[in-house]
Design a protein around this ligand. Structure first.
Ligand code: EPU
Length: 433
């Protein structure tokens, strides 16, 4: 089994370059299905979720050409089949964007129910279905866990009010509506940077999407989308993960290829924790030389504090002076990783959506699991900050969404490496590179 072996307790110093945003890429890649002709997408992150999505597109008949490490050319003109294979679909949650894209373009989609990060709770898609139905589709869940969506006469624009703010539902309805007849208005839309990025991509290909980044998005359907070139925004959460790691370990790092505006919610919290942050045009300098201070965090949809940064920040707060209170405001159950932190000496009590963290002076190494993507990032941060050698298991969950995480931390002076270690050998784990 592949594990990360981390010899922790070192400060982080140096520079790191952030990759393209995972949650924008997994929306923009299926959006290429809507385009007549080929589109070139730049700044694509090299992560498992993106590789899987490209495999799914290939299965559908899309021509997928890697032009270089971060640029891909997609041509969806040859799509034969609007049925997406179950084996690939179940591995990645964002595969449900294929419903919106296929329904929008071909008026028919057969897509297996999605997989992806499992926080231990249910991840409903009722708002997606409500939106598709408002646009005139018939949606049913059939044998084998397949979602069938059909609109034989095409989709028609509609006024849609989401009962909850949902990133996925907002994206899926945008995908379905760009080629629909007439105007679609999405009320109570999500405002995350990746929503704006998808709107910018679609508009660059000839769509008419206005208001992305606010809670009302207006989409006037167009006849067709044309090809073009688009560059994905930098990953807000990857940048935040490195910022939280510097906070936990101490040191100074220049985090390059970021949009500082997207990081403000994270920057403000880190400043309260005694971390110094200097913003540049497309970089932030993060420095933690003194003590780490407690703070309270409540996660909320953007521009609130991102839930996808909750595990990493909670981990840093384990080492802060005083008591911090974390409230998870997006997901019902996203604290499973705290059991792993407790095994490293953290003092955390979880009650429903609230975690109370009593800061401790140090964490100690232990074998831990990456239960999901961000929980895994939190385990890496804990291992980097802890004294001794930590092994992180189930790293595929991390590599679903972080490009070259090990290499990037090594570039900041961390002592960590990937190793193939059988489970039974945990006691004799290697301690040096
Ligand atoms: N919800 C519903 N009904 C729906 C859809 C969502 O009740 O039809 C609820 C969810 O149960 C949740 C809340 O609405 O309580 C927000 O869910 P949302 O739909 O916004 O989440 P998502 O689209 O499934 C995306 C990200 C997640 C991130 C959330 C929240 C992608 C591929 N995934 O998920 O990212 O946590 O938005 O910001 O964009 C991650 O990157 O680690 C990750 C899990």
């Amino acid at each position: 089994m592949t594990k990360y072996v981390i010899n922790g307790g070192k400060r982080l110093n140096g520079e790191v370059t952030i990759s393209g945003a995972k949650n924008a890429a997994v929306a923009i890649i299926p959006a290429a299905l809507l385009v007549d002709g080929s589109c070139r997408i730049e700044n694509v992150p090299k992560i498992i979720d993106v590789t899987l999505q490209m495999e799914i597109l290939r299965e559908l008949g899309v021509s997928v050409r890697l032009l270089n490490a971060t640029t891909v050319e997609l041509d969806g003109e040859c799509v034969q089949d609007a049925k997406v294979p179950y084996e690939l679909m179940r591995k990645i949650r964002a595969s449900y964007y294929l419903i919106g894209a296929l329904l929008g373009k071909y008026h028919h989609a057969e897509v297996a129910m999605p997989g992806g990060c499992n926080f231990g709770g249910i991840r409903p898609i009722d708002q997606h279905i409500k939106g598709f139905e408002a646009l005139g589709a018939t949606v049913s869940i059939r044998e084998g866990g397949f979602i069938h969506a059909d609109a034989p006469n095409g989709l028609t624009g509609a006024h849609i009010y989401f009962d909850v703010v949902s990133v996925g539902a907002t994206i899926n309805i945008m995908l379905a509506a760009v080629l629909a007849k007439g105007m679609t208005i999405i009320e109570n839309a999500a405002k995350e940077p990746h929503i704006v990025d998808l709107a910018n991509f679609l508009n660059a290909m000839g769509a008419d999407v206005k208001g992305a980044g606010t809670d009302v998005i207006k989409i006037r359907g167009v006849e067709r989308l044309h090809g073009g070139t688009y560059s994905i925004i930098p990953d807000q959460i990857e940048a935040g993960t490195f910022m939280a790691a510097v906070a936990a370990c101490g040191g100074q790092a220049l985090i390059k290829n970021v949009i500082p505006k997207h990081l403000e919610c994270i920057t403000c919290k880190l400043a309260e924790m005694g971390v110094e942050i200097t913003e540049f045009d497309d970089a932030v300098l993060v420095s933690r030389m003194g003590k780490l201070l407690k703070t309270n965090i409540k996660t909320l949809p953007y521009p609130g504090f991102p839930t996808d940064m909750q595990p990493q920040m909670t981990t840093a707060l384990c080492l802060a002076e005083g008591t911090s209170i974390i409230t998870e405001g997006v997901w019902d159950n996203r604290y499973r990783y705290t059991e792993e932190l407790a095994r490293m000496g953290a003092n955390i009590h979880v009650d429903g959506k609230i975690a109370v963290v009593e800061g401790v002076s140090e964490l100690t190494a232990a074998p831990v699991r990456a239960y999901d993507l961000r929980a895994g990032a939190a385990m890496v941060i804990a291992g980097l900050a802890a004294k001794g050698t930590t092994q992180v298991e189930q790293v595929t969950n991390i590599e679903r969404g972080y490009e070259n995480l090990v290499e990037k931390f090594v570039g900041l002076g961390a002592d960590m490496f990937r190793a193939e270690i059988p489970d039974s050998d945990s006691a004799t784990m290697p301690v040096a590179k």
